[in-house]
Design a protein around this ligand. Structure first.
Ligand SMILES: *[C@@H]1O[C@H](CO)[C@@H](O)[C@H](O)[C@H]1NC(C)=O
Ligand SMILES: *[C@@H]1O[C@H](CO)[C@@H](O)[C@H](O)[C@H]1NC(C)=O
Ligand SMILES: *[C@@H]1O[C@H](CO)[C@@H](O)[C@H](O)[C@H]1NC(C)=O
Length: 400
């Protein structure tokens, strides 16, 4: 079978056009937030037991427990250069059932006051290179999506994806941590949020899914396969344009994480991180529209990824003909990974993110927002506070 890489702030906002906003560095700015302010989030850690039974791909003729950067680089070069060849050599269509119970670390945050009556819980799934703190970026309160949400009376749940933060880390590099496994984890987390009292001691009958990057790929996959689990989907750092995914793999210079990042010294050697500060900047940042402290924070808390995760992104997601709820797509105009650094540069004068609409013929609403002067790692950029507010506005306007 062929595996495609993917069907793979703050004031001084000046409205450049209906969909584009430019932002001045936050230093000259007053915070933008909801009526209850950025100190309104009250958070508690929640450890979840997450049983899954996922249909993973069986990689053949690979070293499952690779342990050096040369081997990982050779694999990525082969994949990025000729994906169809890589697939016919190593992904012959055999599957392996991954039946496991994982320990997943989550964080549940509720508003101290002003909880919005009947509102949806916002479930946040981060992407590659981060853990759940992507959504509560600790640089300062206005960078935290979680705090913005609580300032409007919304509760949030976020979790560390498999192999990041305080969640479990499998050591196998190919056959275990894969996109199908992670989508199964997300589906089971959403089921527990809805049908059990494991999180916050109560059921959450309405859940809005918000993703970033790989987290958006997974959230999008849920809308395609389990549409009943979400009441709206917000896909950030995401398009359905796969053109630059090989470029991303090359630019990232993924290296054994334990060798390049001291805080990941104890990760199994199958886990990789961007090879240098420059490769991190290239993939995730748009200079100079973030502070040096924001970059240092992201780099000093960067999280790792396996080859199995990277090479199976395209196995999940795609058309979601039965998803009849609101969908918002949010990108930085300079997203390198999903837009080749120009989200406005689609075919025939279109923008690239609008292409996601083709997955959603039945969506009750589809909207795309492109923020100027922002790269792929949105949360670390000066525009983050404005973007957080945009997302919450979309949720609120749709009655959720
Ligand atoms: C790297 O790992 C591969 C696969 O295990 C091994 O064959 C190779 O000898 C190693 N190369 C180096 C330079 O250590
Ligand atoms: C991919 O496979 C085709 C057909 O076997 C071959 O002609 C081509 O040279 C291969 N490409 C690379 C980059 O190895
Ligand atoms: C996909 O992105 C490339 C740039 O990476 C662009 O040239 C192309 O037009 C885009 N295609 C679509 C359908 O968006």
């Amino acid at each position: 079978m062929l595996v495609n890489l993917l069907p793979l702030a703050l004031s001084a906002l000046s409205l450049a056009s209906a969909a584009s906003i430019s932002i001045e560095p936050r230093d000259n700015a007053a915070p933008v937030a909801g009526p209850y302010g950025l100190g309104n989030a009250q958070c508690q850690p929640v450890k979840l037991r997450v049983p899954i039974d996922a249909k993973n791909q069986k990689f053949t003729d690979v070293v499952q427990q690779y342990s050096n950067t040369s081997y990982a680089t050779a694999q990525m070069t082969e994949f990025a250069t000729a994906q169809a060849n890589y697939t016919s050599a190593h992904l012959k269509g055999d599957t392996v059932q991954n039946k496991k119970t994982y320990s997943i670390q989550g964080y549940y945050c509720t508003p101290r006051r002003g909880a919005k009556e009947g509102s949806a819980l916002i479930n946040l799934v981060h992407g590659i290179g981060f853990d759940a703190s992507y959504w509560d970026f600790t640089l300062s309160p206005e960078y935290s999506f979680v705090k913005h949400a609580a300032s409007h009376g919304y509760s949030t749940f976020r979790y560390d994806r498999l192999g990041t933060g305080k969640s479990q880390t499998p050591s196998n590099g190919f056959d275990e941590t894969q996109a199908p496994t992670e989508v199964a984890i997300l589906a089971e987390v959403l089921r527990q949020l809805r049908d059990t009292t494991n999180v916050g001691g109560k059921k959450h009958p309405k859940v809005v899914g918000v993703g970033h990057s790989y987290g958006s790929v997974q959230t999008q996959a849920i809308t395609a396969t389990r549409p009943e689990l979400l009441d709206a989907a917000i896909l950030t750092g995401y398009t359905n344009n796969v053109t630059n995914l090989p470029g991303y793999l090359n630019a990232a210079s993924y290296s054994v994480a334990a060798d390049v990042l001291p805080h990941l010294a104890s990760k199994p050697r199958t886990w990789l991180a961007s090879g240098s500060e420059a490769s991190d900047v290239r993939g995730f940042f748009y200079p100079p529209y973030y502070s040096e402290q924001a970059f240092k924070l992201a780099r000093s808390t960067e999280q790792a990824v396996t080859l199995g995760s990277l090479f199976t992104i395209g196995l999940v997601g795609g058309p979601a003909p039965n998803f009849n709820k609101p969908v918002q797509v949010v990108n930085g105009a300079k997203d390198f990974i999903f837009c080749s650094s120009n989200c406005w540069g689609g075919p025939d004068g279109t923008d690239i993110p609008s292409g996601v609409k083709q997955f959603y013929p039945a969506a009750s609403k589809f909207s795309s927002f492109i923020a100027e002067n922002v790269g792929h790692g949105i949360t670390a950029h000066y525009a983050q506070p404005m973007i957080a507010e945009k997302i919450i506005e979309f949720i609120s306007q749709n009655g959720l």
